[in-house]
Design a protein around this ligand. Structure first.
Ligand code: ATP
Length: 377
């Protein structure tokens, strides 16, 4: 059993930098929990507070109900695996894995049995007498994992463990890590800046920005119901298209398009008439014929990317003509030459410079507050 509860966890450094502000969430027993966000958002600082390498400036952290305030890292029953695997080059694989047990003065017969068990689980049994320099990056990664696992900690903490690997291998190791974590069932907190890694690996994910938790949820919930514009733009490949909209009683105007709203639909959107921000996932853009009725978004194809399994079609909608809502400016949207990306079937016969129309329906649109950027639904 290992449940971690964060309550208002805050870290201010001596120079006034607030690296983490008021983080409150629960990491459930046995789950693979991801901390994700752009560089400098505070994810490593948060992980370091959980393991005890950084002291909290405010709030509380509890492991199975017991406060970790003032508890020494070695007494927290947690094991950390760092980005640079930090295995000892002069020791064999066996000695590296056994090292924490030696420090704990475990009898050598028991230590050897544990090392064998871990090596077996990680597919390292045949490599136990090798030195790290003769191993591949992935094998070294597994040795580092083995050294963390051999102590049988309550919690694993991993800080960007795959970032030193090339893209193809990273995908492979990601799957291996996921399988291993499921088999062990040990509560694991995993830091990454890579949203794909977060979405594919995580049972649940916390998204951070500027030291603040933006949203905590399952990958599916984050994708379907992003809490705000930042999360909307951060999760998903290609990212959600973000457009300026104007709501005016029974209609929602977008660049090149107008969607009509029933009285009920209008009432459910809780902003006064005026600007708002609108998000459309690339896969929600479905090409439609000229003859069909209803609202359509119209653009000119300016780039086609064929990926084998998908077709990413970049379109230019022209200039917006109105000023962008502040929340959209904050996430980097531009008013001139608004571009969107549609994700289509790879067999779709699309050429550069042609015009395309997409059917627009209210359920496929995400609506955000023009100033706060909060999701309106
Ligand atoms: P990255 O992905 O780049 O590693 P991160 O999300 O892990 O970033 P942190 O390393 O937690 O971010 O840093 C969060 C913020 O705190 C940053 O603005 C960083 O500059 C600042 N920071 C980190 N350590 C210290 C320190 N010892 N003193 C002052 N500021 C610090």
């Amino acid at each position: 059993m290992a449940e971690i509860v964060l309550e208002g966890v805050t870290k201010a450094f001596g120079d006034g930098t607030v690296a983490v502000r008021d983080a409150s969430f629960t990491i459930h027993d046995g789950e693979l929990f991801i901390l994700v966000g752009p560089s400098g958002c505070g994810k490593s600082t948060l992980l370091n507070m959980i393991v005890g390498l950084e002291a909290m400036s405010g709030g509380d952290l509890r492991l199975d109900g017991r406060s970790l305030r003032g508890v020494d890292p070695k007494d927290r029953d947690m094991a950390m695996v760092f980005q640079s695997y930090a295995i000892y080059p002069h020791m064999s694989v066996r000695e590296n894995i056994a090292f924490p047990l030696k420090l704990a003065k475990l009898p050598s017969a028991e230590a050897e049995a544990r090392v064998r068990e871990v090596a077996d689980l990680l597919g390292l049994s045949a490599l136990l007498d090798r030195k790290p320099e003769t191993l591949s990056g992935g094998q070294r990664q597994r040795v580092a994992m083995g050294r963390a696992m051999v102590r049988r900690p309550k919690v694993f903490l991993l800080d960007e463990p795959l970032s030193n690997l090339d893209a193809q291998f990273r995908g492979q190791m990601r799957a291996e890590l996921a399988r291993l974590q499921r088999r062990l069932g040990t509560t694991t907190v995993y830091v990454t800046h890579d949203q794909t890694e977060a979405m594919t690996l995580g049972d649940r994910v916390a998204i951070l920005r500027g030291g603040e938790v933006q949203q905590v949820g399952t990958p599916r919930a984050l994708y379907a119901q992003p809490a705000n514009l930042f999360v909307a733009g951060f999760i998903g490949t290609p990212p959600m298209n973000l457009l300026p909209g104007v709501i005016d009683d029974d209609r929602l105007r977008l660049p090149t398009a107008e969607v009509s709203l029933s009285a009920e639909e209008r009432a459910a959107i809780q902003v006064p008439n005026g600007p708002l921000a609108v998000g459309i996932r690339p896969e929600s853009l479905v090409p439609t014929g000229v003859a069909e009725s209803g609202a359509t978004l119209n653009g000119r194809v300016d780039l086609v990317e064929w990926l084998g399994s998908d077709l990413y079609v970049h379109l230019d909608l022209g200039d917006v003509g109105t000023e962008l809502p502040p929340a959209l400016q904050k996430v980097g949207a531009k008013g001139e030459g608004v571009r969107i990306i549609a994700r289509l079937e790879p067999s779709e016969p699309v050429r550069e410079a042609q015009s395309l129309r997409f059917a627009l329906e209210l359920p496929g649109l995400h609506l955000f507050h023009p100033e706060t950027g909060l999701n309106l639904r």
